[in-house]
Design a protein around this ligand. Structure first.
Ligand code: KG4
Ligand code: ZN
Length: 337
């Protein structure tokens, strides 16, 4: 079965063709980063307009790259939520229009479930049940995933998401937006023990990153001289380690608490090279297997949406043409909220 996935929940317009929910035929992502970076973050109104401008081209490119036409597509999967409502509506409306025009089934997909499902496009697929850590610009959640579509929240952030902690920290240091990838790159060769940043909520599997952010702010403000170029790699490496440390610690703690021997790491922050290394390093000693998609499938994409779509369509689910986009959609409540 060939599924066309369409994703537009934030600032990436994406389309992908996936065969049988496991084999990636094409994966096109048009990023709006250049447009939003001068504002230091995503501007929702601009994001929706940009989606409208490029979405048809992106879909045509995905079909072309896969060597297929719309006539070969068996079903359409569009992101329904969570995300920016104006942005979601663009992708969802196009998804429904194509399904209507070609008289093929369509389903609305949860973006966060998509992030986790990206792992099924890789060679090493985890068996259920497993613990999933979803770390992105908007989410930091630990789930117990009992089966496909069956999620139970074990832990979550009380304030900022991990991606936000990266982005806001980078902004304070004048490193631009989005900061996660810049910090990842700059911290290579830096000493993570250079600054002692706090690790919050020890002992719990919930997260809090606001204290860390404030701690960086004070570190910068209390100095008598500005941060030098030589110090910067050490400071960002220390800041990055404070985030990575708690993400790894709490996820492995959740796996041990629930006696699960597999963890899946998903979402944009899972592209972070230090996070990937430390997860593998620490899990090994505990006999826990770690599954992380390649970076291109960690950040927003439509292939992950097609994987969930394939599964829902095979189970007979059909989205109606009046299905609406929803900005909040917790995974513990897969139906209507
Ligand atoms: O999943 P994603 O692409 O979009 C959302 O659903 O939010 O995640 C975006 C987040 C941003 O905060 C970005 O800074 C972060 O993922 N990110 C990274 C890296 N690449 C993207 N954070 C740390 N290291 C990276 N290499
Ligand atoms: Zn995402």
């Amino acid at each position: 079965m060939l599924v066309l996935g369409i994703e537009s929940s934030c600032d990436e317009t994406a389309a992908a063709v996936v065969s049988d929910g496991t084999s990636l035929l094409s994966n096109v992502v048009a990023s709006q980063i250049d447009v939003h970076s001068k504002f230091g973050g995503v501007v929702p109104e601009i994001a929706s307009r940009k989606h409208i401008e490029v979405i048809i081209q992106v879909i045509e490119q995905a079909l072309d790259d896969a060597g297929v036409t719309l006539d070969d597509i068996d079903g359409i999967a569009g992101t329904r939520g969570p995300g920016l409502i104006g942005s979601l509506l663009v992708g969802l409306s196009v998804a429904k229009s194509i399904a209507f025009m070609k008289d093929i089934p369509f389903v609305g997909v949860n973006h966060v479930e998509g992030h986790v499902a990206a792992i099924f496009l890789t060679e090493e697929k985890p068996e259920f049940p497993f613990v999933a850590l979803v770390v992105s610009g908007g989410h930091t959640n630990i789930y117990l995933v009992a089966d496909s579509g069956s999620f139970r929240t074990l832990g979550q952030t009380r304030d900022d998401a991990a991606g936000e902690a990266f982005d806001k920290g980078a902004k304070m240091l004048g490193l631009g937006y989005p900061g996660g990838i810049v910090i990842d790159r700059l911290s290579k060769g830096g000493n993570p023990a250079f600054v002692k940043f706090p690790r919050s909520m020890k002992g719990s599997i919930d997260f809090s990153f606001s204290g860390l952010k404030t701690s960086l702010l004070y570190y910068i403000k209390k100095r008598e001289t500005p941060v030098t170029e030589d110090e910067l790699p050490h400071i960002v490496a220390s800041y990055q380690d404070a985030i990575v440390d708690v993400l790894v610690d709490k996820t492995l703690k959740a796996a041990e608490e629930y006696s699960l021997s597999r963890v899946v790491i998903a979402g944009g922050v899972a592209a972070n090279s230090r996070l990937r290394d430390i997860f593998h390093e620490r899990a090994g000693g505990k006999g826990i297997e770690v599954f992380i998609p390649p970076p291109v499938l960690c950040t927003d994409n439509a292939a992950m949406i097609a994987v969930v779509g394939d599964n829902l369509l095979k189970r007979g689910e059909r989205g109606s043409f009046d299905l609406n986009a929803i900005s909040r959609w917790p995974l513990d409540f897969p139906g209507e909220i």
